[in-house]
Design a protein. Structure first.
Lengths: 114, 112
């Protein structure tokens, strides 16, 4: 139990649709990072938010966007879904953006695009 | 090309055996972290190693950071079925942003 919860746990969408995934961070954590984990792969960094501002972005197209709210919950939005977007999406919350800060992961949202 | 290469990719062993998994890179890291991920769950941090040559022990798990801070190993003694899972290493590069880069992981199955 990490104190980080994600919703929904599973989701099926059709190619071309849009999806919003949600993450509730551990209490007091002002930083959230989102990762995409394809089957058989390690998590790939999508972006990070710190105090409601984007603090870094991985190699993902602009149709992947995010928001972080004052209560430190966050959203990952994906537009124009493609079949290759099928993956486990993980959020991780942490306190600050300093080196070696421990990140706590949620259980993930399993997205299937058909 | 993966920044962090993990080997082996898959490992299937019997309870009681010892094993070592590796995490290698050509880049220098300010720190390396090891995680275990079980099916349907997110990764859980096991340990962070920071100093070159550092060795950390967590019960039957021994973690080592290479002297040059480019590689790391995880050794499990007398593996148990509860050790089954995906073992991921993640590194924060020196001079980079404080965002860890993950390897593909080693999938371990320990049979009773």
């Amino acid at each position: 139990e990490t104190g980080v919860t994600q919703s929904p746990t599973h989701l099926i969408k059709t190619r071309g649709q849009q999806v919003t995934l949600r993450c509730s961070s551990q209490s007091g954590h002002n930083t959230v990072s989102w990762y995409q984990q394809a089957l058989g792969q390690g998590p790939q960094f999508i972006f990070q938010y710190y105090r409601e501002e984007e603090n870094g972005r991985g190699n993902f197209p602009p149709r992947f966007s995010g928001l972080q709210f004052p209560n430190y919950s966050s959203e990952l939005n994906v537009n124009a879904l493609e079949l290759d977007d099928s993956a486990l999406y993980l959020c991780a919350s942490s306190l600050g953006v300093v080196e070696n800060t421990e990140a706590f992961f949620g259980q993930g949202t399993r997205l299937t695009v058909v | 090309t993966q920044l962090l290469e993990q080997s082996p990719q898959f490992l299937s062993i019997q309870e009681g055996e010892n094993l070592t998994v590796y995490c290698n890179s050509s880049s220098v890291f300010s720190s390396l972290q090891w995680y275990r991920q079980e099916p349907g769950e997110g990764p859980v941090l096991l340990v962070t190693v920071v100093t070159g040559g550092e060795v950390k022990k967590l019960k039957r798990l021994t973690f080592q950071f290479g002297d040059a801070r480019k590689d790391s190993s995880l050794h499990i003694t007398a593996a148990q079925p509860g050790d089954t899972g995906l073992y991921l290493c993640a590194g924060e590069r020196t001079g980079g942003s404080y965002i860890p880069t993950f390897g593909r992981g080693t999938s371990l199955i320990v049979h009773p």
